[in-house]
Design a protein around this ligand. Structure first.
Ligand code: HEC
Length: 198
């Protein structure tokens, strides 16, 4: 074995004996001999970048463009028409997209159970876990079974989900357009189910 080879072997053995093994605690940054994709050149959110003249890595939306998944029909997206009047009913194309009202309601129920039940309760009577546990008067939601909410246009229920209202947070960012309408359908079904004897 040549001298230089021995020196190289010793150097590697020495280096690896200094490195901590995976799973051990160490305050030093990990030594990873083959880095593969451990580190990638990339920008993090809100990071500065000299490449662009405005100095920002995150690019603003290009003016006069729409994203592929963006809904541009105001009734579908906002629940209101051009005159800002609420859509009276769930748009036909949403119902058709679900292959009928039954599938829409089934979907609406699953979404309602996830996003609305914690505060509004499974019956929509405002007796959910959140107001019960927190006992804060400001987050006590109303019952869906009072006349005002019963007679509200579908578009107004939709807009409440999308935008939130006073003390209710908005759910538009987590519930996509068609699911919001499906929830509206399910709220209507709940209202009908609680009409008996009133
Ligand atoms: C974090 C608790 C919370 C969640 C979750 C929540 N809401 Fe609400 N909601 C409220 C509160 C509080 C109010 C009363 C807001 C007010 O009047 O200040 C309210 C009010 C409403 C109203 C009445 C609006 C009006 O005009 O008075 C409707 C309809 C409604 N929510 C629907 C929903 C639906 C549908 C969902 C599920 C997508 C949902 N909410 C999820 C807390 C919640």
């Amino acid at each position: 074995m040549s001298r230089s080879l021995i020196a190289a072997v010793l150097a590697i053995a020495g280096a690896s004996s200094l490195a901590a093994c995976q799973g051990q605690h160490s305050s030093e940054p990990p030594i990873v001999p083959i880095r593969n994709m451990h580190e990638q050149p990339r920008y993090d959110a809100q990071e500065a970048a000299t490449y662009f003249t405005d100095g920002r890595a995150m690019r603003p939306i290009v003016e006069h463009t729409v994203a592929q998944e963006m809904e541009i029909d105001p009734i579908l997206e906002d629940g209101v028409d051009e005159n800002l009047d609420y859509a009276p009913t769930i748009p036909d194309e949403v119902v058709a997209g679900f292959d009928g009202m039954e599938a829409l309601l089934a979907r609406g129920q699953t979404r309602f159970d996830i996003y609305c039940v914690p505060c509004h309760g499974a019956l929509g009577d405002g007796e959910g876990m959140v107001p019960e546990v927190s006992n804060v008067a400001t987050i006590r939601p109303p019952t869906f079974h009072d006349d005002r909410i019963r007679h509200m246009p579908d578009g107004q229920l939709y807009a409440t989900i999308r935008n939130g209202l006073r003390n209710m947070p908005a759910y538009g960012h987590v519930v996509p357009v068609r699911d919001r309408w499906a929830i509206v359908g399910y709220v209507r079904a709940l209202q009908l189910s609680q009409m008996d004897g009133q």
